[in-house]
Ligand binder design. Structure first.
Ligand code: C5P
Length: 299
């Protein structure tokens, strides 16, 4: 086997509660990930030399080690596969700076794919240990599951087995704004230090993750609205006031169960069917022609 083509799916955070700032500047958190069918393609080819070469159809993305796919391949090669090279071709569909983890997902696909192509025989745990050095969201995609609860910096991932057949439909609204994750976490620190802010907008007790998981187990879904939460939303809107419009446009269109994903800029709703998602999508496109609208489901 010389080449391999992999789907590299996006994620949504149905719940994200930031807890504390750690001594290395990162934050401990609790999050519920969902893998969705908005998807890039990652094409891997073994090279005769030991180079890692990246080709990407989006000229705006770096093709060097700033690209998480390249960073992952270099780490894997240095640790386990001395002398092996690969060409990585990225066909991008997942929007950038939207909180949908396109770069992290590409990195995970590279780790999974090169483990096979280079015949390294590494376990999930070994791949996760490299994944967590690439970025906080990478380990989730190594598990190849629908839903997971993650803790630590986001890298301690536990797939939720009871939800392995659960399927949600979404409409996702992506504004023309790249949100900077490090700046949003810094803004969260500032808000956290402000005595006047309502703390429940920034963080939730540990029981919050249990509540959303039990709401997801129930088919009816009328509980969900109160359980969806993103502690970075207040910081994101403080930093980019235009983001408040994204939630407003979804509300105006009548979309239920609205939440921001990751550090934004995308917001999504949970709807009852593909048909309903398409109906909302048409409405949202009329309300704002510049922003991107995706209809997606759990995968
Ligand atoms: O790990 P990743 O590269 O996705 O993180 C991007 C940035 O987001 C980090 O440099 C850090 O500023 C912030 N971050 C954080 N705590 C986390 C995850 C990310 O502070 N748990």
């Amino acid at each position: 086997m010389k080449t391999l083509t992999l789907n590299s799916f996006a994620k949504l955070n149905l719940y994200l509660s930031v807890r504390n700032k750690l001594s290395d500047g990162y934050h401990s958190l609790q999050t519920v990930f969902e893998r969705i069918n908005v998807c890039d393609k990652v094409v891997l080819r073994v090279r005769r030399d030991d180079k890692i070469v990246c080709l990407c159809d989006d000229p705006g993305l770096p093709a060097d080690s700033r690209n998480l796919a390249v960073k992952a391949a270099l780490l894997l090669s240095r640790r386990y596969a001395v002398g092996k090279g690969a060409t990585i071709r990225l066909i991008k569909r997942i929007p950038q700076g939207a909180g949908m983890a396109g770069g992290s997902s590409n990195a995970a696909a590279v780790l999974i794919g090169l483990n096979r192509l280079w015949r390294l025989g590494l376990s999930k745990a070994e791949l996760c240990s490299i994944a967590s050095r690439v970025g906080s969201d990478v380990a989730f995609f190594i598990h190849e599951c629908r839903f997971a609860l993650a803790e630590g910096k986001g890298e301690k991932v536990r797939p939720v087995r009871e939800l392995r057949k659960r399927l949600l439909w979404h409409v996702i609204l992506v504004p023309d704004l790249h949100a900077s994750t490090p700046l949003i976490y810094k803004q969260w620190d500032k808000l956290r230090a402000n005595k006047n802010i309502d703390i429940s907008r920034l963080t939730r007790p540990v029981s919050g993750a249990k509540l959303i998981l039990s709401a997801l187990r129930q088919k009816s879904g009328h509980w969900l609205e109160q359980c969806l939460f993103n502690g970075l939303e207040a910081a994101a809107i403080d930093l980019y006031p235009g983001l408040a419009r994204v939630r407003r446009v979804l509300t105006m269109a009548g979309v239920p169960n609205i939440c921001m994903t990751g550090s934004g800029s995308a917001f999504f709703g949970i709807v009852s069917s593909r048909k309903e998602a398409l109906r909302f999508s048409r409405r949202l496109k009329k309300l704002n022609r510049r922003w991107h609208v995706f209809v997606a489901r759990t995968v």
